[in-house]
Design a protein around this ligand. Structure first.
Ligand code: C2E
Ligand code: MG
Ligand code: MG
Length: 649
């Protein structure tokens, strides 16, 4: 409390309220900046209101201090403080109106029609009154008798103009009450009450500086109801999808160029099941804070949910430099109870507005990237993404979830005929999905989808278990079936403890690894030769055998053949289908010769005619698989089929 004694009269300025307002505003500013905020108009205006209020409070305190110690401070400085105070305090109701406009989303309309005059006109008046005071002293003037400033009648005019703006705001609130909702509308109207009351009090008790305290209370109210209601932070600590959308809108409104790097964690859904929510959340949080550190807390990274992230950069940044750093952040190792997983991720570079120019298309593109991405490509450019039917993919994902829940996956078996022994000596296990809603879905369609979302690992384990059960129940080895071929996907091969899991399951059923042959396609072999080589060597040492599937359609087959311990090579059915062509005959004939010299066995897939069987037999092919002998059959039909053939022999 400052006191000032003058002419025997005792003038007391009570600035306790101002001090309280100061701390209040500092706390609000701290929370506002600590809590992430996106630079949209609403937040920018709110932060302006906070800063203006803070400095108005400071100048108010300084004014009180200088008034109570009259003579101690140069008059000029005191005068400047007063000018600043009036400019700031009169900016507040104007900012209040701007804030309402930013909330209703019609801020651009301020410059249209008669609003131009009704909104900007009084601003000119305010500036005129304040600046004219240099000559006129309408607002305040120096009273040499008391060595202090008298406040004059123009203060009342400024108060009236302030009230005008408050009413201007109230009118807008009423007009847009539906858009704003009751809670926001009430909070904004209360602002008027809380700000007018202290002004009236101060008019009657000029020594009681309570105006700024009223403002601080109002801001607190708005902060709690409006500013706090918009949740923009995700569980990772990064900004969320809503914030992402707002930021994109800001760039689009300004017609600025920018780059989005969309990132997805491979197999996220599966890992979430394996590790559980808590562990996954912790992992995502670590990624979140690494990203925040990397971008120096500039709010460039967002978490979009479902293991998907996005980075938003002004176009001056080159994604070529940033992607390797992002790869280091994302490709982490995580410890599970049963296994360690090396996370991998895919990146998609989207240049805006050249690739997409509105938020809906952008979100759609990110969704497509997530669902249609070629797993093997670490970096994809938006232009490479085909706009496939993402609805169908969603439906298939749901069908797979249902099948997992109801344990309704089935495994069928296609017999493989040995030309040499003239019997069925093995079979390929092929998964079948029959959904109540979608009907039968081909593995060629749903396997690539679950390879992307990671569920292939769980499905793969189901297939292995079903094959083991089938093998034991029907004593397949006694029926001449030496082994069952099981297809493996990239995602399965990339799983770090895959070999341990496989062995564990086989031990559970007491099944000899010799009875299982894993089929790996050429593309997998071509993509990750080192990883695959390690996995195959480990499993091979434990007695598992391998077949190279779909041979003849991919590339780099020679390297895979030479370096990896394949026991069998399966000629792709597309190649077999062209057997009537003489060139194909030469190619297949020589291929079989080569493979035999390399001490491998050859299976021809997709054999449908007797002619094909004859040609392949002449070429030295060992085994035949195809509709000519049998389609893939359910377990029971397969057993019946094999038994019938045995009795014929
Ligand atoms: P694949 O491993 O090359 O399997 C052979 C495919 O050829 C099977 O298709 C089979 O039904 C079909 N086929 C067999 N003989 C003939 C024939 O004479 N003519 C014709 N036109 N087709 C024939 P299916 O069952 O639709 O499986 C498609 C692909 O899905 C498989 O190709 C395999 O890559 C994948 N797949 C199937 N089951 C599994 C599984 O359990 N795990 C994994 N990872 N992939 C699987
Ligand atoms: Mg196969
Ligand atoms: Mg095949």
């Amino acid at each position: 409390m400052f006191t000032s004694e003058h002419w025997g009269e005792f003038m007391i300025y009570n600035i306790d309220f101002d001090i309280a307002a100061l701390f209040f505003l500092l706390a609000l500013l701290f929370i506002f900046y600590y809590k992430k905020w996106i630079p949209n108009t609403q937040n920018k205006v709110f932060s302006a209101i906070l800063w203006v209020s803070l400095f108005a409070t400071i100048t108010d305190i300084l004014d009180a201090g200088m008034s109570s110690s009259s003579g101690l401070f140069p008059m000029d400085i005191h005068q400047i403080i007063l000018y600043i105070y009036f400019l700031l305090i009169d900016a507040l109701p104007i900012l209040y109106v701007l804030y309402i406009f930013s909330l209703t989303g019609v801020e651009g309309k301020l410059f249209e029609g008669s609003r131009k005059y009704t909104f900007f006109g009084p601003i000119v008046m305010i500036l005129f009154i304040i600046l004219a005071n240099f000559n006129t002293g309408w607002l305040f003037s120096y009273n040499s008798e008391i060595q202090n400033f008298d406040r004059n009648y123009a203060v009342a005019i400024l108060n009236l103009i302030a009230f005008y703006y408050l009413m201007f705001g109230v009118k807008e609130i009423i007009k847009h009450r539906r858009v704003l909702g009751t809670e926001k509308s009430v909070a904004l109207c209360l602002f008027v009450v809380f700000i007018t009351l202290p002004i009236i009090i101060q008019m009657y008790m000029p020594h009681l500086f309570v105006t700024m305290f009223g403002v601080a209370i109002c801001l607190f109210l708005i902060f709690m109801t409006i500013q706090g209601s918009e949740e923009i932070r995700s569980s990772t600590g990064l900004l969320n999808r809503n914030a992402f959308i707002s930021c994109i809108n800001i760039y689009n409104d300004k017609k600025e160029e920018y780059v989005i790097i969309a990132i997805r964690i491979r197999g996220y859904r599966y890992f979430k099941r394996v590790f559980g929510r808590t562990k996954m959340k912790k992992f995502l949080k670590e990624i979140g804070s690494s990203l925040d550190n990397y971008f120096e807390n500039q709010n460039r990274a967002f978490y979009l949910g479902g293991g998907r992230f996005a980075v938003l950069l002004p176009s001056r940044y080159s994604s070529d430099y940033i992607i390797p750093d992002l790869q280091n952040i994302f490709n982490k190792e995580i410890d599970g109870e049963e296994m360690k997983i090396n996370f991998a991720s895919n990146f998609c570079i989207i240049n805006c507005p050249s690739d997409v120019n509105d938020i809906d298309s952008l979100l759609q593109l990110i969704d497509k990237f997530d669902k249609h991405i070629d797993e093997s490509k670490e970096i994809t450019y938006a232009s490479q993404i085909e706009m496939a039917d993402s609805k169908r993919i969603d439906e298939i994902e749901k069908a797979v979830d249902r099948a997992l829940l109801n344990d309704s996956f089935e495994v069928h078996f296609q017999p493989i005929y040995s030309l040499d022994k003239k019997n069925y000596h093995s079979a390929e296990a092929l998964i079948r999905l029959h959904d109540e809603k979608l009907g039968s879905i081909s593995p060629a369609e749903f396997i690539p989808i679950i390879e992307r979302n990671g569920l292939i690992i769980q499905v793969g384990i189901i297939v292995l278990r079903k094959v083991c059960e089938f093998y034991l129940e029907n004593k397949l080895n006694e029926k001449g079936i030496e082994f069952v071929e099981i297809n493996l996907s990239v995602a399965q091969c990339m799983q770090k403890d895959f070999s341990e899991i496989m062995q564990k399951i086989l031990r559970e059923y007491d099944i000899n690894p010799n009875w299982i042959n894993f089929e790996i396609t050429e593309t997998v072999a071509a993509e990750s030769p080192e990883l695959l080589s390690k996995l195959m060597t480990t499993l091979h040492a434990k007695g598992f055998q391998f077949s190279l599937d779909d041979y003849g359609t991919g590339y780099s087959s020679m390297i895979s053949l030479i370096e990896l311990p394949f026991h069998i090579v399966k000629l792709d059915r597309e190649v077999v289908a062209k057997l009537s062509n003489v060139k194909t005959q030469i190619a297949i004939g020589n291929t079989i010769d080569m493979l035999k010299k390399m001490k491998m066995y050859v299976v021809a897939e997709g054999v449908e005619t007797q002619e094909q069987v004859r040609l392949l037999q002449d070429m030295g092919c060992d085994y035949i698989q195809g509709f000519y002998y049998s389609k893939p059959l359910s377990g029971q039909l397969f057993i019946e089929y094999i038994q019938k053939q045995m009795s014929v022999v």
